[in-house]
Design a protein around this ligand. Structure first.
Ligand code: UDP
Ligand code: MG
Length: 322
């Protein structure tokens, strides 16, 4: 096989009805570019028949399709990471399997990457085809992320992106247990570019992220790329200590002038409960960081591969493929 110039990496989790239309739109678009390419699908422990469909796609174009089959669900970002480790292209493109990112947009990204941008990030149009809740949560999280991390990008949730080989090599050298690929890529990019891309409704099925899954993912993003949550907490602690000492001084003066106070017991409780809430939140934030450290020191493999089609397991291009 010609060494691929473009690698397209696609994470798949229960997407059986989307895979065939995705494949046909991808091949139609990429064939027109007249450049050698490969399609790498990572089946992230799907419970439907995505695995069989991927195998049939592999049989259609064994020269171009590679399929990594995870032994269980390890999450979207790990699925993409495994694809990166196997990829050989000079330009690597990621997109979702649900056709929310139109494959027809890929040539635009590649054109920008060829102009020398090492990371080309898609920015979903304002009229995103997600529900109201997801759209607004995503806008909010993008704002919070911009405030507390120094990752400068407009839409970290869009996976339609193109990466230069150098950035991919830096990313696969990472052995972190939790990763958020757009943020990691941005931290290495020297000459990033953004481009508006179309966004469709899911072709079939529903989002694979539960509310809890989304919260976990975003905690990974915030605690993985910033210490600001901890620092904010320390600042809140300082402010509260300062207010409390002022309060004690005031009460002391009042006791000297007017005498001891008796009312306001419930107010005191309210203040106490509030402070307990703040304390628990702080413990939780600390826990998030400690949890990350815990995962790192365990040194467990980040994912386990059951089977690979179109490549041999030892044909890995880094020794971190484990
Ligand atoms: N995905 C995955 N593993 C998971 C969850 C999602 O590989 O545990 C894949 C999924 O098949 C899709 C992409 O990641 O290709 C984005 O998932 P989804 O469309 O559910 O996310 P959303 O668009 O709702 O953010
Ligand atoms: Mg989606």
């Amino acid at each position: 096989m010609n060494k691929p110039y473009i690698s397209v990496v696609i994470p798949v989790y229960n997407e059986s009805n989307n895979l065939k239309p995705l494949f046909s739109r991808l091949t139609t678009t990429l064939d027109k570019l007249n450049k050698p390419y490969e399609l790498i699908f990572t089946n992230d422990g799907s419970k439907d028949n995505s695995s069989e469909i991927l195998e049939s796609l592999y049989k259609l174009r064994p020269e171009q399709v590679r399929v990594i089959d995870f032994s269980r669900n390890f999450g979207q970002h790990m699925a993409v990471m495994a694809g990166f480790e196997l990829s050989k292209g000079e330009i690597v493109v990621t997109l979702d399997a649900d056709l929310q990112n139109p494959p027809e947009e890929i040539p635009k990204l590649i054109a920008l990457a060829e102009k020398g941008h090492d990371l080309v990030s898609g920015v979903r149009l304002r009229e995103r085809k997600d529900n109201w809740f997801r759209r607004n949560i995503s806008i909010l999280i993008n704002k919070v992320r911009a405030l507390i991390t120094n990752i400068d990008m407009t839409d970290h949730g869009c996976m339609l992106r193109a990466y230069h080989r150098d950035i991919i090599n830096l990313m696969i050298a990472h052995t972190e247990a939790s990763i958020f690929i757009p943020a990691l890529a941005r931290s290495y990019a020297a000459n990033p570019a953004e481009i508006k891309v179309d966004h469709d409704a899911r072709f079939d099925g529903s989002s694979k992220y539960s509310l809890y899954g989304l919260v976990r993912l975003n905690f990974d993003l915030m605690t993985g790329y910033s210490l600001v949550p901890l620092q904010i907490f320390t600042l809140i602690g300082f402010c509260i200590s300062f207010l409390s000492i002022t309060f004690v001084v005031l009460l002391f003066i009042r006791r000297l002038i007017i005498g001891p106070e008796v009312e306001g017991v419930f107010t005191l409780f309210a203040i106490l409960f509030f402070l307990m809430g703040v304390l628990l939140m702080g413990l939780g934030i600390m826990g998030e960081y400690i949890g990350r450290i815990y995962k790192e020191v365990q040194h467990r493999p980040r994912f386990a591969i059951k089977k690979v089609l179109g490549a041999k397991l030892d044909e890995k291009n880094t020794n971190s493929w484990r």
